[in-house]
Write a protein that binds this ligand. Structure first.
Ligand code: TA6
Length: 278
């Protein structure tokens, strides 16, 4: 585990003896690269991503907290992804590397959201697995609620040739169709148009299949799954995504968004997302 400069930002690089590697920026606790043993990048990071702190970084795994998307009055996806996190713990062994980053309330967070809290993101690589665990503790004396997500940008060779399995039969809220509730009826989800869906209470694992590789997507504590691809027109509206960027990414997000999480004084919650390169 070493500290590096990544596009002008302070970041940590984790490496295991088997050759797995991760880069995580302290800006937003955002994982920006994950290469399992074998050498292929499995997260999408936009070549036009901005690293000057003026915006969230387009790609990797933004941490959405304490608000998912526009579900409340806070900035889109909350403030955790644009905050400076600090290193809480670092551990590594023969086969694994683990860091935990932490964010607590400050004048800046309380100006937006008046609650004392401590959030931690644990990042673990072991063999072909990446585990991200978000823990939130209510360190104040009053109850609060939040929504959250790990907004994972998966790298795909060609999104139209990718198949996402495991969502069959689940209800989702369709943001590209006036937030209508629909039920997924296909055996696999194919991305052939703008897609922005919040699937509710999904049993995992999911499987993302490409013609020559697959990815297992598991989660615990995050009941919901968001699937997002901006497709052609919406990509044009995103200045930090190249025109053909949408072809090489698919967001499959672990979320607690359909129902907010309620935390009483002193209580904590955690949710974990596990990716396994296959
Ligand atoms: O999680 C899906 C989503 O909320 C989409 O609606 C889309 O706007 C995306 O996230 C990206 O949001 P951002 O604020 O990073 O541009």
């Amino acid at each position: 585990i070493e500290t590096i400069d990544f596009h002008g930002q302070s970041a940590l690089r984790l490496v295991t003896a088997a050759g797995a590697r991760v880069i995580v920026s302290l800006h937003g606790a955002q994982v920006l690269s994950w290469i399992p043993p074998g050498g292929e990048e499995r997260l999408y990071l936009s070549p036009l991503a901005r690293f000057d702190g003026s915006a969230a970084i387009r790609g990797g795994v933004p941490v959405c907290f304490p608000q998912f998307a526009g579900l409340g009055p806070l900035p889109h996806h909350g403030f955790a992804r644009t905050a400076a996190w600090s290193v809480a713990t670092e551990r590594s062994g023969k086969d694994f590397a683990l860091v935990t980053l932490a964010l607590s309330d400050s004048d800046a967070t309380r100006a937006l959201w008046p609650h004392p809290f401590r959030a931690e993101l644990g990042i673990l690589i072991e063999d072909s697995r990446l585990d991200l665990e978000l823990e939130v503790e209510n360190t104040g004396s009053e109850r609060f609620e939040f929504t959250a997500a790990l907004h994972t940008y998966l790298a795909v060779r060609e999104v139209e040739q990718s198949r996402l399995e495991g969502l069959h039969g689940y209800d989702y809220r369709d943001k590209v169709d006036a937030d209508r509730i629909r039920r997924d009826s296909g055996d696999v989800l194919l991305i052939e148009a703008e897609t922005d869906r919040l699937y509710q209470d999904v049993k995992r694992p999911l499987l993302l299949r490409e013609y020559d590789r697959s990815l297992g997507i598991n989660a615990d504590g995050f009941p919901d799954v968001v699937v997002w691809n901006p497709w052609v027109e919406r990509s044009v509206a995103l200045p930090d995504l190249p025109a053909n960027g949408f072809r090489h990414m698919l967001c499959v997000e672990a979320a607690a968004a359909h129902r907010p999480v309620h935390l009483g004084a002193g209580e904590s919650w955690w949710g974990r997302q596990t990716l396994v390169a296959l």
